[in-house]
Design a protein around this ligand. Structure first.
Ligand code: UDP
Length: 269
């Protein structure tokens, strides 16, 4: 029902959304709201050292926290007894994939037309080699003093819906990094909105050949080109106004109708 493909640095992720739809197995259904089932998977070929394709604990954890983050943004109570399934596949990874996936998933949910109170926009912030950084890559994440923090917000209310951290830092450093995250996530939010607007534009039906002529005929007193290219002034009626006199000439007179009937049965009747 909705999808999103995102490239963020070297990260390449693909998201598809199905729902709200029937919950199977049925016992998982919640009579008060929709459930969100978020499935994060990393392709075996997405990292330098082949990843075991069997889903591991890391993938279960990311799926759980990301699904819960999205639940905060969706009007779940409008769709009781249904499931919203979100499938996320990482095709290429260079750190920060959970945030790239969550950000793309929010766009895919909106693309599916599911009502949301806000998008979810994420960013990673941290430290490597003594420098505060945003959007760390794998090399920076592996620095000896590395701190890497994944943060996701509802961008309009700045409510934090996901926060995970690797490494150690002081409370002061934490506060500063959170502020950096909140300031910079705005850029992510703008890109998400632009993607949705562009996708909506692309979904508009392509113009039909000759539509301009039809549109001109349905508007009042338009000038239009005839077949030889000459400009002719059309005095057309507003199609919504009804005037019985317009139709009187085309209506069959009662006498004519009788005559035609006689002609049909050879006047035997
Ligand atoms: N990674 C890997 N093999 C794995 C899991 C992760 O090579 O089985 C790499 C991958 O590039 C990933 C990075 O380690 O992006 C950081 O992983 P982390 O668990 O911190 O999640 P992420 O930063 O991608 O959200």
């Amino acid at each position: 029902d909705g999808s999103c493909y995102l490239e963020w640095g070297q990260n390449k992720v693909l998201v598809s959304v199905n729902g709200p739809r029937e919950v199977l197995p049925k016992h998982q259904a919640n009579p008060y709201r929709a459930i969100v089932r978020y499935t994060y998977r990393m392709a075996a070929f997405s990292v330098t050292e082949r990843k075991n394709p069997r889903p591991g604990r890391r993938e279960s954890e990311i799926s759980k926290v990301s699904g819960e983050a999205l639940e905060r943004a969706i009007f779940l109570e409008r769709f009781p007894n249904t499931a919203i399934d979100i499938f996320v596949e990482v095709l290429d990874a260079n750190a920060g994939t959970r945030i790239a996936c969550l950000t793309a998933a929010a766009v895919a949910v909106a693309d599916a037309g599911i009502p949301m109170r806000d998008l979810v926009s994420g960013i990673t912030v941290g430290r490597a080699d003594g420098n505060a950084l945003i959007d760390l890559n794998k090399h920076e994440e592996d620095a000896p003093d590395a701190v890497d923090m994944a943060v996701a917000f509802l961008p309009n209310s700045k409510e934090v819906v996901l926060l995970q951290m690797d490494g150690e830092m002081s409370p002061k450093e934490f506060t500063e990094l959170m502020k950096t995250a909140a300031d910079n996530v705005e850029k992510v939010y703008e890109i998400q909105k632009k993607a949705l607007k562009d996708s909506y534009e692309n979904k508009k039906p392509a113009p039909v050949e000759g539509m301009d002529r039809i549109a001109a005929m349905h508007s009042m007193d338009k000038e239009m080109n005839d077949d030889s290219g000459e400009k002719v002034s059309m005095k057309t009626k507003d199609p919504l106004s009804f005037d019985a006199s317009d139709y009187s000439e085309t209506e069959l007179e009662e006498d004519t109708a009788d005559a035609e009937h006689e002609a049909f049965d050879g006047g035997k009747e």
